[in-house]
Write a protein that binds this ligand. Structure first.
Ligand code: SF4
Ligand code: SF4
Length: 722
């Protein structure tokens, strides 16, 4: 079946490599056999009993020691086997390259292993760090003990042993304190993002982890009592005082009981690791390692040229197998932390979209439709039955259409899960395979098809605004305007929307004043196709994009200026997929540079202005400072609580501008309230869609009279010295 949801079909076929599932199986066999080998190694002659130290397996009968090595070997093999079953599921996805950029990958892996991104949330991060690092130190301590046991020359005796004992006791205290905090957070404090996803499985995980810590300390205490509580063990500052609670006659038995319980709880952990969400200890850092990709973060997944492709049977994602293996792996890396949900503008304003659920539902379908069936990312809610591999049977269209494509979820995810891609791929299927899209979008599609702009205005009137200027604007390709340094792509909003025409006039004036050599396309300009692509209509996007690229090529365009964050993103990140490669400059960058060079010289004043970050300039392209520099050159900049990469969407992205917002609070109203609460007299924007949304929001809350919404170009022009 031809599937055009994947990365370009014309890539060279990949060399056959061993599958992830087979590699994991091989590792399982190696781990099991390796563990079995340790037993005879530890019994070689030449070991000595240190005066200050411990005898490993002291007081443990030979049969129990043998059982320890055999069961640990079997359970280690089982852990890898259970992971290999999950890997078989990841392999059901489409191919996707995640190689290269090894330095960045290793850096991200290192960040994952030391939980750098998780610590962004102070409280949850610290709690996780206490449990995780406590566990790691205890585990490494056990491995060190085993190495010392195997080596004929001991290093773990004397002062080294005493320091070792103290470090491990400290790790155990930190670990158990973290677990108590986790219990309190999940079952007493119950923040909503945890409450909604707390399952019996969470209780079992916490109990297993706690059992490892508690039985470890009790084993140590009973062992010290069995050794007649020697003075050098005072360094075990928890185990030593606890030892006094064991009667000397019973210490030996208790030591064996707790030792067995400790081993059993570790074996339970080995089973829980691949079968419960505890798996994220392994999959989350791995996902961070896999995160770097060739495609810029502002670009949707590439598709073949639909104008030329033949034998296409399906577009986008409806079935599990239409997602890439990386998109499937994501679902096993989710920690279920809910940070994505907590920043989602759709979710926060009462829409039927929860980004965490998009990941988990995809994972549920993946788990339930594999052979054999594996455990769901988190236990299924009561009454949920999954009987097909169709993701769109689990994820509802209203969830998919509520997304504003703001990318806040991807940005905040501590383990680099790509949520937005999944949603947009599902839109492609809904839009092109089922024509299942909000009716209002249909009107915009028709207007884009017929008039090359979603407003449905005549292309002949695109450059009518130029008549309001007292200087001429070159139209590229017309007599006397055969070339220009920059093509200024005005965009549909800048050409046809009344409020945004003011921005166009301001920018034209500023560029003229600064002596920029620019020209426009006039009636030959067509919509970039952003709204078509983000709403899943890849066919229409490509039609518009290819037309623009042909015009640019014909006119020799090399550099493009845009005043629209969406046009900027589409030109810079998505046109290269279709062969259009240009140097693209957003007007915020151009204006900031002109101010820096002194070619524009705003006379700053003290009025308070707050700046709203457009998602497609900020999170999609990391341009945060340039627009702020422009505002700060003309006024006093005050920040909203949510700004920069934590900014809150205006509600227009993902073609939501062209859809009705019928459920919950309006996103633009929520944002306008936040902006007005700063006490600013003006709200600066740097995108035409943000302009309309925020302006409407301010008017809707009754502040249209005293708070003005202005583009940064208008603010800069107004601040120009006479
Ligand atoms: S992209 Fe924005 S609106 Fe869409 S799911 Fe993520 S946070 Fe929510
Ligand atoms: S997708 Fe990321 S942010 Fe969302 S719940 Fe999963 S791990 Fe947390």
């Amino acid at each position: 079946m031809a599937d055009v949801a994947s990365e370009p079909a014309n890539q060279a076929p990949e060399r056959r490599r061993p599958s992830a599932a087979r590699i994991l199986l091989g590792l399982g066999v190696l781990a099991g056999l390796g563990t079995l080998l340790l037993w005879p190694l530890g019994r070689l002659p030449g070991h000595f009993e240190p005066e200050v130290g411990r005898v490993v397996f002291g007081n443990i009968p030979e049969a129990l020691e043998a059982a320890f090595y055999v069961t640990t070997a079997v359970f280690l093999g089982l852990t890898f086997y259970l992971f290999s079953l999950r890997a078989r599921n990841w392999q059901r996805g489409q191919p996707e390259s995640r190689t290269g950029r090894w330095g960045e990958r290793l850096r991200r892996l290192e960040q994952g292993l030391r939980m750098k991104t998780l610590l962004r949330d102070r409280q949850a991060g610290l709690m996780h760090a206490m449990v995780y690092f406590g566990f790691v130190v205890l585990f490494l301590g056990t491995v060190t003990l085993e190495i010392d046991h195997l080596l004929p020359t001991k290093f773990l005796h004397g002062t080294v042993y005493q320091v070792y004992s103290a470090v491990l006791d400290l790790a155990a205290v930190v670990y158990l304190a973290g677990l108590v905090w986790a219990f309190v957070r999940r079952y007493l404090q119950r923040p909503s993002r945890l409450r909604s996803k707390t399952k019996p499985e969470d209780g079992w995980i916490l109990t297993t982890l706690a059992a490892i810590g508690v039985t470890g300390l009790l084993t140590e205490a009973a062992r010290i009592a069995w050794m007649n509580t020697p003075d050098f063990e005072t360094w075990s500052f928890v185990g030593y005082p606890l030892a006094s609670s064991f009667e000397s006659g019973a210490a030996s038995d208790w030591h064996r009981v707790f030792w067995v319980a400790h081993v059993a709880s570790f074996l339970a952990f080995l089973v829980a690791l691949p079968t419960t969400k505890l798996r994220h200890m392994v999959t989350s850092p791995s996902n961070m390692f896999l995160a770097p990709r060739e495609r810029p973060k502002g670009a949707m997944r590439e598709m073949p040229n639909l104008m030329e492709a033949e034998d296409i049977e399906t577009i986008g994602v409806a079935e599990i197998t239409e997602l890439t293996w990386k998109q499937l792996f994501d679902t096993d890396a989710c920690t279920v932390c809910g940070r994505c949900t907590a920043v989602c503008p759709a979710n926060l304003t009462g829409k039927p979209l929860d980004p965490r659920e998009i990941v988990l539902k995809t994972g549920e379908v993946l788990a339930a439709s594999g052979t054999p069936i594996v455990s769901s990312p988190v236990a299924l809610a009561d009454g949920i039955v999954i009987d097909s591999a169709r993701v769109l049977d689990r994820v509802r269209p209203e969830e998919v259409w509520s997304c504003t494509s703001c990318r806040a979820c991807d940005e905040v995810c501590p383990v680099n899960i790509e949520i937005l891609d999944k949603i947009l791929d599902m839109r492609r299927y809904l839009s092109l395979m089922e024509s299942n899209f909000p009716g209002e979008l249909g009107k915009a599609y028709v207007a884009m098809e017929n008039q090359a702009n979603p407003w449905g205005m005549s292309p002949q009137n695109r450059a009518d605004w130029t008549a309001k200027l007292d200087f001429d604007v070159k139209v590229l390709g017309e007599p006397g305007a055969e070339s220009a340094e920059y093509l200024w792509f005005v965009g549909c909003a800048g050409s046809f929307d009344d409020r945004n025409q003011g921005v166009t006039l301001a920018l034209a004036t500023l560029m003229h004043r600064a002596g920029i050599d620019f020209a426009i396309l006039g009636r030959r300009e067509t919509c970039t196709g952003d709204a078509a692509r983000r709403s899943g209509n890849e066919y229409l996007f490509q039609q518009l994009a290819l037309q623009n690229i042909a015009t640019f090529d014909e006119l020799g365009v090399k550099k493009v200026i845009t005043q629209c964050a969406h046009c900027f993103n589409t030109f810079a990140n998505e046109y290269p997929q279709l062969g259009g490669n240009y140097e693209v400059v957003h007007h915020s960058e151009l204006l900031a540079e002109l101010v820096k060079q002194g070619r524009l010289d705003a006379a700053g004043n003290g009025r308070k202005i707050t700046y709203h970050d457009p998602c497609y300039l900020g999170r999609h392209n990391d341009i945060y400072m340039a627009p702020r520099e422009v505002v700060a050159s003309a006024a006093q900049l005050v920040e909203m609580p949510r700004h920069g990469n934590a900014s809150f969407c205006c509600g227009a992205g993902g073609a939501r501008f062209w859809m009705e917002e019928q459920t919950g609070k309006k996103v633009n109203v929520e944002r306008a309230e936040e902006a007005v609460a700063t006490g600013a007299v003006e709200i600066a924007v740097a995108c035409p869609f943000c302009y309309v949304m925020i302006d409407d929001g301010v008017k809707e809350i009754g502040r249209g009279e005293d708070v003005r919404v202005r583009d940064i170009a208008e603010i800069l022009l107004e601040g120009q010295k006479p």
